[in-house]
Design a protein around this ligand. Structure first.
Ligand code: GDP
Ligand code: ZN
Length: 312
């Protein structure tokens, strides 16, 4: 009984309880409720509507009762999701954001310094979600770029895009802007690396709050917990999700790690031991590949570090 003719199309910017903020393709912001029938359809996925969803909705006539600046609407249909970032808890998939094309993994050269294991964890999560990982190393104004070359070399030799930036001097901001164009990108990276500063540099006038680098864990610094889609003038959009920022996302078991590392993966299937963790066993295909340098020793080290963390 849904009158398809009258449905509008848009993107969900954020979800607050039962209300979703939807940016219509007409450029208008709508505060949308969700049709009851949609809720009963959702069984395996906990969230009916998540930030990033592409939806079809009906604009409701404003009766003058609502004083909100936004128009009201009712979501009738959700398009199938791709590139979801999700977490599984108690057997159910909890989707944080949907329709993500790339994950921008942001580290900083100094203050705080680079933690390769953290970058590796985020890259693996991007692979797990089937999203392209892009590594950004910010604050290069604070270091000698030559010192970063070995690290950049390791990641780019695996085919990852690595972009050194400075929000301070504007270095490579133009390139970053081009990377974000016409796609939906999730931001990941610990607090203080310069995520807000980079976005402000990409889109002057955005005005995201810049925090000081703090030495503690920054617990409680971010007061919002909901995912938020920030539309860019270039046509793309970025997701700023506190859960992704602080990277409480790790949902990978020790036995899955090697299979998610593209340079190790070919040897995982060649290993003769089922359930091998490629650490101790003699004649393990992965260890053999490391021994004769078919796998970069630094990458195998990275693997061992990831596993140590996972097994602890
Ligand atoms: P976020 O927590 O990742 O969003 O980081 P912020 O954008 O809030 O930045 C944290 C701190 O790092 C602020 O004091 C910024 O001024 C500083 N900062 C950000 N980018 C750069 C940069 O490229 N170079 C330098 N020197 N400082 C930066
Ligand atoms: Zn093995």
């Amino acid at each position: 009984d849904v009158d398809e003719e009258k449905l509008l199309h848009g993107r969900v910017l954020s979800v607050h309880g039962l209300q979703s903020k939807v940016l219509g393709d007409d450029g208008v912001l709508y505060a949308c409720a969700v049709r009851q029938v949609l809720k009963s359809l959702s069984t395996s996925q906990r969230n009916v509507i998540v930030a990033g969803d592409r939806v079809w909705f009906r604009a409701e006539s404003r009766d003058g009762v609502s004083l909100k600046s936004e128009a009201d609407g009712m979501i009738e249909r959700v398009e199938p999701r791709t590139g979801m970032i999700s977490r599984t808890s108690r057997g159910r998939q909890h989707v944080l954001v949907a329709n993500i094309d790339a994950m921008l993994i942001i580290a900083s050269a100094e203050q705080p310094g680079i933690k390769p294991t953290l970058i590796d964890r985020m890259i693996l999560t991007a692979h797990q979600c089937q999203i392209e990982p892009i590594v950004v190393i910010n604050k290069i104004d604070l270091v000698d770029l030559a010192d970063l070359q070995p690290l950049i070399g390791v990641y780019s030799s695996m085919g990852y895009r690595v972009l050194p930036t400075s929000a301070e001097t504007g270095q490579n901001i133009e390139y970053l802007r081009a990377l974000l164009q016409n796609r939906q990108t999730a931001l990941a990276g610990q607090s203080g690396v310069g995520k807000s500063s980079l976005l402000n540099a990409v889109q002057p006038g955005l005005g995201l709050a810049i925090g000081a680098v703090s030495t503690d864990n920054n617990k409680g610094r971010h007061t919002t917990t909901a995912s938020q889609l920030i539309p860019l003038q270039s046509g793309g959009a970025v997701f700023d999700t506190p859960g992704i920022r602080q990277f409480q996302l790790w949902d990978i078991s020790a036995s899955e790690v090697a299979g998610l590392m593209p340079d190790l993966r070919p040897y995982v299937s060649g290993c003769r031991y089922p359930d091998c963790l490629h650490l101790a066993e003699d004649d393990c295909a992965v260890k053999n590949a490391v021994a004769d340098a078919r796998i970069d020793a630094r990458r195998y080290d990275a693997y061992c570090h990831l596993l140590e963390e996972e097994l602890m």
